[in-house]
Design a protein around this ligand. Structure first.
Ligand code: MBD
Ligand code: FE
Length: 285
């Protein structure tokens, strides 16, 4: 029903993701006090790993030049956010959340947009009339790790039934399938949406070129993205998955964890009901 199939391009999606990344504040601000020694250590470690790969596998000049051309293309296509979030972010997330007691999280990926429309605690995610896809009724709550209910927010964003995200593919209303749900003191929310399709990263840009040259596939399993926040608690970024998706075991972005797979119950009317809540770690400061 959408026209996105005809017109979605890697370069347009990449440009939108790159623009989004730069939009709010400079990513350099948070590291402005990093000592030279740390930068030196990390830069050297990355370069050492590259040098080691070249020696070990006897990389040729032709291969070096192909790499140079490809890296230039990643930038030209605006695909650095995509490349990094697909192949690197999952390890950063693992390291960052190693001590977490509460719910498991996962990577944010390149398609979050802040300030999605506020819907309250019990509402539909913004969607088109006749939005395609199996209807989902999602009930859950936000608590602290000790079980105390928390007034907070669940920001939810996901692809449509064709696998496209609003603001990153053409022809979709701005806030389609993006919303903010604010809970009362009981922490409870009830959200109605549709089940997203598995997502194939753009195949016509630099990342797609690597995938086909290496004989990989471009798929992520169907997923819901969330950011969950409550005062005095660590923000939780997660993704939720659907059982039986063939790419749950083979996600290009390595972002699936068993704790993040939902257990939908199919209702008489064909819709699916899910029951999934979040326990947030208390913030230490
Ligand atoms: C996505 O939709 C996504 O969630 C990630 C992590 C990477 C690419 C596309
Ligand atoms: Fe996604």
């Amino acid at each position: 029903m959408s026209t996105a199939d005809e017109t979605a391009t890697a370069a347009a999606s990449g440009a939108a993701a790159t623009e989004r990344f730069h939009h709010d504040k400079s990513p350099y601000d948070a590291v402005k006090d990093t000592p030279k020694e740390r930068v030196d250590l990390l830069a050297r470690a990355v370069l050492d790993a590259i040098h080691e790969t070249i020696r070990k596998h006897e990389v040729t000049y032709d291969e070096y030049n192909a790499l140079k051309a490809w890296l230039i293309q990643v930038g030209a296509d605006g695909e650095w956010p995509l490349f990094l979030d697909v192949w690197v972010e999952h390890v950063v997330e693992d390291v960052a959340t190693a001590d977490r007691q509460g719910s498991k999280g996962s990577i944010e990926g390149p398609y979050y947009v802040p300030d999605a429309p506020e819907r309250g605690a019990d509402a539909d995610l913004p969607m088109r009339d006749g939005e395609q896809g199996t209807p989902l009724l999602w009930e859950g709550g936000i608590t602290s790790t000790d079980g105390t209910p928390l007034a907070g927010t669940v920001e939810l964003w996901h692809a449509d039934a064709d696998g496209y995200y609003s603001q990153f593919a053409p022809g979709i209303p701005e806030w389609n399938l993006r919303g903010t749900f604010t809970t009362g003191p009981d922490g409870k929310f009830r959200i109605r949406t549709i089940q997203p399709a598995p997502y194939q990263i753009p195949t016509d840009g630099a990342c797609g070129r690597l995938i086909s040259a290496a004989g990989w596939h471009a798929w992520r399993p169907a997923h819901l993205h969330v950011k969950v926040s409550a005062p005095g608690h660590e923000q939780l970024i997660a993704q939720l998955y659907f059982p039986g998706d063939p790419h749950n075991d083979d996600d290009i972005a390595s972002a699936v964890k068993p704790e993040l797979i939902l257990s939908p119950v199919v209702q008489d009317d064909g819709s699916a009901r899910i029951d999934y809540g979040f326990a947030l770690d208390r913030r230490e400061d």
